[in-house]
Design a protein around this ligand. Structure first.
Ligand code: PLP
Length: 409
């Protein structure tokens, strides 16, 4: 086993060697511009992009590869979906529904729309991170043009009821966008069955390269019109201009093909690793809680709060293991993340939490090492915590007095 250990697969993933191999020729001899219509170099690149489009379409069960629009990543796709739809459908209504635990790319795009005079409802979530579909139904007005709810959360791993949301959106004739960046390639996603009209994904979360992603835009039932964010050369049918990142797109396609072939086996294996991590830690430590939904969660996500321990101090002690603090502080202020606030996690527990993100390249050996080191560090830090010791002696005294009472009665 090699150190350091990478367990932060929600932040990014290592490029699969099979993906890299597929990409390499497109940096060297196959360097053509996919828009060059009059020579072999261009045709070769265009054909490779077409193949990738089919590979992505197959993974998410899109009806046609033309519904796949290549972007620079999920941040762009989320911006594109929200701003592009509002721009195209704004005359039909001025209301968007989203939820409190979305990625900042969705939340900040919605805020930008608020500044332009649109109304946005940010639905709350349950303590395990679920959107309530009934609440969503009540939030819809005759001015609602778009629902944007993520497929799975990047911090706590909760999987949202996308199919039910899709059905509701269809019933009400409202467009439905989902940020499926964490879900695609990890759990089955079917845009047809799930009633998804727009979907964001990115290559670097599914063992592909950084800087390339997709916005899926439904082209029938209904045919969606979306206005471009980026204008210029007219690539991607004029809705996303810019010379195509051919090596990146080829890599994304290959990553999707592998994900589709290995989704079930990978998912089962990775879930086994997360469970092993969880039981290993919970069986040796008290005062540890699991955040997010216990069953409706991403196979590779384990989000734990270690009471009486500062997440930051724990990370300092575990320098050879790459994980994230649950506070995922987006600012220097060390505030708990908006996700942990939205699930109502007490502030001290939010500051005590760690996100483990397991993935394709993690091994049982790495999990066992991590369990051992986490237990060691948590015990060491709690040994320094007067609060923890006070609690333990109180509990100890309580138990002794209970025993005494039992023996008396
Ligand atoms: C990583 C992530 C993004 C951003 O994707 P980029 O390709 O890095 O821009 C958006 N949404 C979710 C849920 C993510 O996990």
């Amino acid at each position: 086993m090699k150190l350091p250990i990478y367990m932060d697969n929600h932040a990014t993933t290592q490029v699969d060697s099979r993906v890299l191999e597929t990409m390499l020729p497109f940096f060297t001899e196959k360097f053509g511009n996919a828009s060059s219509r009059n020579h072999l170099f261009g045709w070769e690149s265009e054909a490779a992009v077409d193949t990738a489009r089919q590979q992505v379409a197959r993974l998410i069960h899109a009806a046609s590869p033309h519904e796949i629009i290549f972007t620079s990543g999920a941040t762009e796709s989320d911006n594109f979906a929200i701003k592009g739809i509002v721009d195209a459908y704004g005359q039909n209504g001025n209301h968007i529904v989203t939820c409190a635990i979305e990625h900042k790319a969705v939340l900040d795009s919605c805020k930008a729309m608020e500044k332009k005079g649109y109304q946005v409802t940010y639905l709350p979530v349950s303590p395990n991170g679920l959107v309530d579909v009934e609440r969503l139904r009540q939030a819809i007005t005759n001015k609602t043009i778009l629902i944007s709810i993520m497929a799975a959360n990047n911090e706590i791993g909760t999987i949202e009821p996308v199919r039910e949301i899709g059905r509701l959106a269809k019933e009400r004739g409202i467009l439905f966008h989902t940020d499926a960046t964490q879900a695609v390639g990890k759990i089955p996603i079917n845009v047809e069955d799930m009633g998804i009209d727009l979907l964001s994904l990115t290559a670097h979360k599914i063992y592909g390269p950084k800087g390339v992603g997709v916005l899926y835009v439904r082209s029938s039932k209904p045919r969606i019109k979306i206005n471009p964010l980026i204008e210029g050369g007219g690539q991607e049918r004029g809705i996303r201009s810019g010379t195509l990142n051919v090596p990146g797109i080829v890599g994304l396609g290959k990553a999707c093909e592998i994900a589709q072939q290995e989704l079930m086996s990978d998912g089962e294996r990775v879930m086994g690793l997360s469970e092993r991590l969880k039981t290993g830690i919970l069986s040796q430590l008290d005062e540890v809680s699991v955040n997010g939904h216990l069953s409706q969660r991403l196979p590779g996500n384990m989000h734990l709060s270690f009471a009486f321990v500062e997440g930051e101090s724990l990370l300092m002690g575990l320098k050879e293991i790459a994980v994230s603090t649950g506070s995922a502080c987006t600012s220097a202020s060390l505030e708990p993340s908006h996700v942990l606030r939205a699930i109502g996690l007490e502030e001290h527990l939010a500051h005590s939490s760690i996100r483990f993100g397991l993935g394709r390249f993690n091994t049982e050996e790495e999990v066992d090492y991590t369990v051992r080191r986490v237990v060691e560090e948590v015990c060491r830090l709690r040994g320094l915590s007067p609060l923890y010791r006070a609690k333990k002696t109180k509990v100890g005294r309580q138990e002794t007095s209970n025993k005494l009472q039992e023996s008396v009665s």
